[in-house]
Ligand binder design. Sequence first.
Ligand code: IMP
Length: 411
Amino acid sequence: MPAIILVGAQWGDEGKGKITDLLAAKADVVARWGGGDNAGHTVIVRGERFALHLIPSGVLHPDVECILGSGMVINPARLVEELDGLAIRGVDVSRVRVSSAAHLIMPWHIALDQAQEAARGGAKIGTTGRGIGPAYADKAARVGIRVGAMLDDAALIAAIRAHNPPAPDSDAIAQQYLKFAQILRPHIADTVLLLHQRLAAGKTILCEGAQGTLLDLDHGTYPFVTSSSPVAGGAFTGLGFGPKHVRRVIGVAKAYSTRVGAGPFPTELTDVTGDKLVEVGGEFGTTTGRRRRAGWLDAVALRYAMEVNGITELAVTKLDVLSALEEIQVCVAYRLRGRRILDMPTDAQALAECKPEYETFPGWMSDITQARTRAELPDKAQRYIEWMENEFGVPIHIISVGPERDQTIED
Ligand code: IMP
């Protein structure tokens, strides 16, 4: 069972990029299954910062094959830019494969995403404006253009011209996309076939999730969600293999919570503690630069994520960010319409009405960025991690105590 699924257990930005980068050292293939350049994964290697949006974070390991899977939506301009940016820094990008079945983000998707958001006035979703929703809408309506169209110039031009309503500058768009096609052609592949070949050869596949469980189109806080399936199940549809290959489902969770964009967030802190989390945690989006909303860890929401994904272990990130706090709170239940509830309501309105009930933990108030084993953590930090293992009923094998690759406790 050589596949591992890495999934965001909160609202995205859990630090999946760093954990993927770590696990990729032991993987043969790293594959992304959904989303597009709305994602932003930051990896810091020996002080050098890499911000990746489309290409899996595994690309920083020279022997790892990287797959952009069928469930993704690809902005080719971005992909070309990202490939170039990595190549300039000496990264071999010939190992990057993009599925011919993934869908192309077209300029009209981006224009529509931004126009729809503007039209929503005060009721914005807070999308990244990258055309993600409209591209997935076209895919579901069966009028999208797939990456495979880039293998044939005539087919690509015909597909762009056939767009209905016709884009006013479709010939200019076609010219631009033909250029991208030339560059991307060597990377386009039947990635389902490729993955099955690797699985048959006993290779280890690391499936890298984007966004997070609570942004899932079906299982998140609809309509304040993205338009793909960031939950573990999305890996099967987005990559084209079945659950029998999966050994571990690793949920990545921050030691606190953040959310970017609109939508309910029961443990949000709008006070100085919230500001401190944003400031110490550097909580600004990799993709849009937007300030993230921050709050305490929400165990109710995380229990939901455990179930929806079938998480077998947790990786906890940014534990060091809590070091400056005298007290740490964790939401263990909600109060909703006079009742105490332990299960997260998925209806956005109901969730917005939930008031958190907290359990308080003493802070450790010391620098933990040098800890490399659990025993080197202060007792109070160890208790926090043990409480999480107990509460969620799974082990925690990875704890991140700083942004650098080596600022990690692994057992
Ligand atoms: P979209 O994916 O651009 O349509 O945005 C929909 C919602 O998902 C917005 O609230 C975004 O802020 C959020 N979102 C999309 N991608 C990410 C991500 O990678 N991290 C965190 N939030 C995201």
